[in-house]
Every structure is written in structure tokens, then in C-alpha cells.
Design a protein around this ligand. Structure first.
Ligand SMILES: Nc1ncnc2c1ncn2[C@@H]1O[C@H](COP(=O)(O)OP(=O)(O)OP(=O)(O)O)[C@@H](O)[C@H]1O
Length: 665
């Protein structure tokens, strides 16, 4: 295209951007004015509340972030063209000015190729700087022109320095990612991807896509994103709001549980509590509370006395047991059936139907309650777990042939707390209590659950999520090579089984968008030692630098390296074994360099000191790894941890060490 045409085209696009921004502002003002008058027009307080919530959500959805472009692409068809952006923008007549990236037409922006143009003649990508349109790039699919990952604008976007929290990738979603993002709501999928292949990005964009397509349904049931820790959750917390999705629950597994964690287990006890056999132990413990009735029941009712034989009571209990209801529901079912038997006797004798009050009175009567307490006793989830861990005999009865005597001894508290309430539950205990809760009552299920860093979930934690996605689907994201928990998964099929989605497909992602090729090559040297079968990744990034250095004074070398890193744009992280982190932070402070911690949403300083245990899922432009040998030595799966740590770098990686490097490096 001649330069002059380019200029006029750019002028035209800039004018369209300005007009779209103005239109979005009008939409937002309209929503705000509705919000203000909502109070007056709504019929009652409840309606006002509902309307108010819907409208304030709408206002939030229509927020315009001046630093990100309202649209990033354009599709030209034979008879029309469409700008593709983060949300729908319409002019006052309701005509589309920008199409939401999730709309059906927008799909072609990500998927059209020369071989399958889907009616697209030209695909245009826009280059932006500080919210201003600076350039564009056209692919004339109708003339056989296609750039793929060689697109200049895609490359610039991928190589843009990172600052602050994670951002969305709507402008540059790749075809293999788009296929996952737009998978059906009914489909559960598991994505195995090497570091930086966009698993997290895919999971979050899928959540946004599903919310767009199934708004009402998912608003009712909810969408949940599960991440490994708060640092990770704050890092990803801005992505969905930037896409206009403000109502997604983001939580760690432990935060999903009702039990406050105040204790710790020795590692081998924790590992045993996370073993899937514990689910069966708990199931048996609960089933073991049921007793077959042996005595008849006699209930006085004014001048009458009703009698139910032991045989009839046995039938009631047996029937309810076979229905496999949640335990508490089963207890109420038994109560209702016993009252039903009393009611029939009363009707036969009195010739009329007793009212609600009578039914309630009978249900609460002493003989009925005593019978229930004997044959189907009430139990709380923490009470059940407390009993198992406090009473070796109860444990032995439930764990017979499932757990060895040594294992049972490992579970039993040496000094049992007096009550469940007084117990300082550990993280693993909280999972057991949740398992018990799932047996006692039915927990509400989310419509869709995205689970990130899923390789670290224990079988029992998978079951925590299974209970919360029983009637929904899941997106499981992870990398077996990055498993650092003692119970880390080695086979996705098994995790999926514990998650209750055994038929989900396992899909690999192999193109790396974060880690430069030289750094990938270094990290890949660890792979053979990690004992997992994963497809290797291929980096899109040819830029990047790697520097491995023996130094004599680690803190001094770290300070010098940070100073050098600050000469470049972007974020800087110092990653070291947990025990070293505070010392390095102090050394940096001593040199006048302020640092942030990994869990700050808007990090106040450009340099973050990250304990190796918190690095998972995060990324920084310049990463300084201090003393890899100590990172490896700090935990049983230390090599896996080092693999995670080495793959956090977007542009440059420096490795500083005094001790020899771990053997595989
Ligand atoms: N299609 C894309 N276009 C531009 N950037 C992308 C794309 N896909 C991923 N990225 C970027 O690559 C980086 C890595 O993505 P992400 O964190 O989702 O990877 P991951 O597979 O979850 O990594 P890890 O295994 O380390 O947790 C992020 O900065 C993300 O924005």
C-alpha cells in the first residue's frame, strides 16, 4: 500500500477509535444514569437491590481503560468490515462499532487462514502505544498472504516488557489456544503445557468466553478460578476485570474450605492425609455410625400409644441407606418415614389427617429422636474427623485392611484435643473435614471451574474441587514437570479421575510465549531428571539473554546484578531459597534499593524478592536466580522447583552461585 494510503487509513482508524471511545462513554453514562434512578423506579427493596446490582455490574463492565486499545483488529469481508475489541460498542442507533472478541464473527480473527479463510478477505492487526493507535498490519488472506507467528505486531506484543500484574492476550490469542478458549461449556479439558505456553491465559480467557456465551446460567451457578497461592491470585486478578468480567470467584483450595487452618502436620502425616484411601476411610467411618434397630418404638400421643415394630424400623433404615443420600439427608428421610408410619396409624384410628403441627411434634418426640440418635446419629463433618484422629479404635474400625497399623499410628493424635472446636486443624485436616462435609451434605456446585497449577493438587484436593464442580465442567491447567508438592501428579488421567471427569481430553500446548529460547534450553537440561513424560516446548522468542556466573559474595553480586537490571525496562525479580530471601531483601535495602513482595497486586517497587516456593505462575522481565543448589536442597522435589524458578524469565536470566550448580545443569 502506498505510504499516503497508509496515512489516510491510519487517520480513518484513529477517527474510528475516537468515535468508539465516545460511544462507549455514552453507553457508560447511560448505565450510570439508570443506576442513579434505579432506586426510584424499582417496585420494592428487593427489586431495587437486584436492579442496582445488575446496573452497577453493567457500569463496571463498561469501564474504559485508556491505556489499552478498545479494538485491536479488523476483519474485512466482501460486504462488511468489523473492528474486533474487548467488548461490544454500539453507536446510538445500535449499530456495532466494535465487536466483542467472543462474538461468533470474531472467531475468524483468530482462526481464518489462507486455506480456510472463512469469508475473510483481509485481517488487520493494530499496533498500539499508550492507548494510541500507532500502526497496523494487513494480511490479505484472499491473496494468499498469512503471517502466523511471524506477525510483527504479534512479536512486539509478546516481547513487550512486563510491568505489574498479568494482562489479557485477546489481541494475539493463537489458533491452538483459541480452540481451547472456545471449547463448549459441557466439555471438561486438561491442558498440559510447558512453562509460558499460555495455560493461565487460556484458562482465564475461557472463563470470560463462557461467561459471555452462557451469561445467565453461569451468573447463577458461578465461575471459580483456583490458583496455588495469594501471590499468584493477585498476579492474575486483573485479567478478567480487564475483559469486563467482574464476578468470578478466585480462590486457593485451602480458602475454599470452611475450616480455619491453625496447625501443621509432619510431612509424612500430611502426605497420608492427602492419600485417596482417606476418602474410603471417612466413608466407612460414617457408614459405621449406622445401627440396625433392635427394639420396637412406642410413642405416646394424648390418650393413644403408637407402636412401630423393630422389623419395620429396620426396613426404614435399610431403605434409606440404600438410597445413598448425603448422610444428613438420609437421617431426615428416616425421620420423615417413621413419622409417616405413625401418621398412618393415627389416621386409621382417628379417621382424619393430622396437621403440620402434629407431624412436627411427632418428628421431635423423644422416642423418635432417641431412635435416630441410636441408629442414624447426627454428626458434624469436623466431629467425624475429630473422632477418627482422636480414637484409635474408631480409626482401626474404619481403616481395617486399608491402612497399615503404622499408618494408623501416624494418623492418630498423640494428645487428642478434647473437642472438634478446640482442634488446631492442619491444611490436610481441613481437606478431610471437607471430604466429610461432602458425605454429610451436598455442596453447591459451580457452573465452571478453572484450576491452575493443577499438577500440585493431591487426590484429596482434587476431590475438594470435584465436589464443587459436580454439575459443571472444568478446565484443568498444569505442567507435570512443575509438580513440587509431595503428592504432585505424574499422570493427568489419575487427577481427572479424582476430579470426577475421567473422560476429559488432555491437550498439549507447546509454543512458549514467555521464556526465550536460550533460557528454555537451560531449563530443559533438568527435564530428564524430573521423571515425567511431557512434550517439550518450543520458544517463540529468539531474543533474550542468559548469564550464569560463579561469584564470591552472593548479596553483593545480587545488588550489583539488580542495579544493572534496573537499567532496562520492565520488572526485576530476585528468586532464592525461602531461607535466603529475607537476607537478600535486607542486602538490597542496605544498598538503597526498595523491593516489593510477590503478593502485592500493584507492586510499589520494580524489584521483587520472591522465595522460590512462591514463584510458580509468575513472570518477570529480568530474573536473578541466587544459589540454585540451595533451592534444590530445600525440599524433596527441589529440582522441579528449580525448573519452575528458571522458567520465570521473560527477557533475561542471571544465575549467581558460589556452590557448584546442581548436576543436571
Ligand atoms: N497468544 C499470546 N499472545 C501474547 N502473549 C501470550 C500469548 N499466550 C501467552 N502469552 C504470554 O505468555 C506469558 C506466559 O503465559 P502464561 O502465564 O499463561 O503461561 P503458563 O503456561 O501458565 O506458564 P506457567 O507454566 O509458567 O505457569 C504471559 O505473559 C502471557 O501473557
Amino acid at each position: 500500500m502506498p505510504a499516503q494510503d497508509l496515512d489516510t487509513d491510519l487517520e480513518y482508524e484513529r477517527a474510528h477509535l475516537a468515535a468508539s471511545r465516545a460511544a462507549l462513554r455514552r453507553m457508560r453514562e447511560h448505565a450510570e444514569s439508570l443506576f442513579r434512578t434505579g432506586q426510584d423506579v424499582a417496585g420494592d427493596a428487593y427489586a431495587a437491590e437486584t436492579l442496582g446490582r445488575a446496573l452497577s455490574r453493567r457500569v463496571a463492565e463498561l469501564a474504559d481503560d485508556p491505556s489499552t486499545p478498545l479494538f485491536f483488529g479488523r476483519l474485512d469481508f466482501a460486504d462488511a468490515n468489523y473492528h474486533i475489541g474487548r467488548r461490544h460498542v454500539t453507536d446510538p442507533a445500535g449499530e456495532p462499532m466494535v465487536l466483542d472478541w467472543r462474538a461468533p464473527i470474531s472467531r475468524s480473527f483468530y482462526r481464518a487462514t489462507v486455506r480456510d479463510p472463512q469469508g475473510v478477505q483481509v485481517r488487520r492487526r493494530f499496533g498500539f502505544g499508550a492507548g494510541q493507535l500507532t500502526s497496523f498490519e494487513d494480511e490479505h488472506l484472499d491473496r494468499g498472504e498469512e503471517y502466523g507467528t511471524a506477525s510483527r505486531i504479534l512479536t512486539a506484543e509478546i516481547e513487550r516488557p512486563r510491568v505489574g500484574p498479568m494482562r489479557d492476550i485477546v489481541a494475539t490469542i493463537q489458533p491452538e489456544q483459541d480452540e481451547l478458549v472456545r471449547a463448549d461449556l459441557a466439555d471438561s479439558i486438561c491442558v498440559q503445557g510447558a512453562p509460558g505456553t499460555g495455560k493461565t491465559a487460556v484458562g482465564l480467557h475461557r472463563a470470560a468466553y463462557l461467561l459471555y456465551l452462557h451469561r445467565e446460567r453461569l451468573r447463577r451457578s458461578g465461575v471459580l478460578v483456583v490458583g496455588p497461592n495469594r501471590a499468584f491470585l493477585s498476579y492474575i486478578s486483573a485479567v478478567l476485570p480487564a475483559l469486563g468480567e467482574v464476578e468470578v470467584t478466585q480462590s486457593t483450595v485451602t480458602e475454599l474450605l470452611d475450616t480455619p487452618v491453625r496447625g501443621v502436620d509432619p510431612p509424612d502425616t500430611a502426605a497420608l492425609k492427602h492419600d485417596p484411601r482417606m476418602a474410603e476411610v471417612l466413608r466407612r467411618a460414617l457408614a459405621g455410625l449406622l445401627r440396625a434397630p433392635e427394639e420396637p418404638m412406642v410413642v405416646s400421643d394424648g390418650s393413644y400409644r403408637w407402636r412401630i415394630t423393630a422389623e419395620a424400623l429396620r426396613r426404614v433404615v435399610e431403605e434409606a441407606r440404600r438410597e445413598e443420600l448425603p448422610y444428613a439427608t438420609g437421617r431426615e428421610r428416616v425421620r420423615a418415614r417413621v413419622v409417616g408410619l405413625l401418621q398412618r396409624q393415627s389416621e386409621a384410628r382417628r379417621g382424619d389427617s393430622p396437621g403440620e403441627g402434629w407431624l412436627r411434634r411427632m418428628g421431635r418426640s423423644k422416642p423418635v429422636t432417641e431412635f435416630l440418635d441410636r441408629c442414624w446419629p447426627a454428626v458434624t463433618p469436623d466431629g467425624l474427623v475429630h473422632r477418627l484422629l482422636a480414637d484409635p479404635q474408631a480409626l482401626a474400625a474404619a481403616a481395617d485392611e486399608l491402612l497399615s497399623e503404622a499408618e494408623q499410628a501416624r494418623l492418630s493424635w498423640p494428645k487428642p484435643p478434647r473437642t472438634a472446636k478446640a482442634t488446631k486443624w492442619s491444611e490436610a485436616d481441613a481437606v478431610l473435614v471437607d471430604e466429610a462435609a461432602g458425605l454429610v451434605e451436598r455442596l453447591p456446585s459451580f457452573g465452571h471451574v478453572v484450576v491452575d497449577e493443577a499438577q500440585d493438587l493431591s487426590p484429596m484436593q482434587c476431590r475438594v474441587i470435584a465436589r464443587r464442580s459436580e454439575h459443571g465442567s472444568i478446565t484443568l491447567l498444569g505442567d507435570l514437570a512443575q509438580g513440587t508438592a509431595p503428592w504432585a501428579a505424574t499422570d493427568w488421567r489419575e487427577s481427572l479421575r479424582h476430579l470426577g471427569k475421567p473422560d476429559a481430553s488432555v491437550v498439549p500446548l507447546t509454543i512458549g510465549f514467555r521464556v526465550p529460547a536460550v533460557v528454555v534450553a537451560l531449563a530443559n537440561r533438568l527435564l530428564p531428571a524430573l521423571a515425567v513424560d511431557v512434550p517439550p516446548a518450543e520458544s517463540l522468542r529468539r531474543d533474550g539473554a542468559l548469564d550464569i556466573r560463579t561469584v564470591s559474595d552472593l548479596p553483593a553480586a545480587t545488588v550489583a546484578e539488580v542495579r544493572a537490571a534496573l537499567e532496562h525496562d520492565g520488572s526485576v525479580a530476585v528468586i532464592a531459597a525461602e531461607a535466603e530471601a529475607d537476607g537478600l531483601r535486607a542486602a538490597l535495602a542496605g544498598a538503597g534499593i526498595a523491593t516489593s513482595t510477590a503478593d502485592e497486586v500493584e507492586p510499589p517497587a520494580r524489584v521483587t524478592v520472591v522465595p522460590a516456593t512462591l514463584a510458580k505462575g509468575l513472570e518477570y522481565d529480568h530474573v536473578i536466580v541466587v544459589e540454585p543448589a540451595r533451592i534444590v536442597a530445600a525440599e524433596p522435589r527441589g529440582l522441579h522447583r528449580l525448573y519452575v524458578v528458571l522458567t520465570r524469565a521473560v527477557s533475561r536470566l542471571a544465575v549467581l552461585h558460589t556452590e557448584p550448580l546442581p548436576a543436571p545443569l
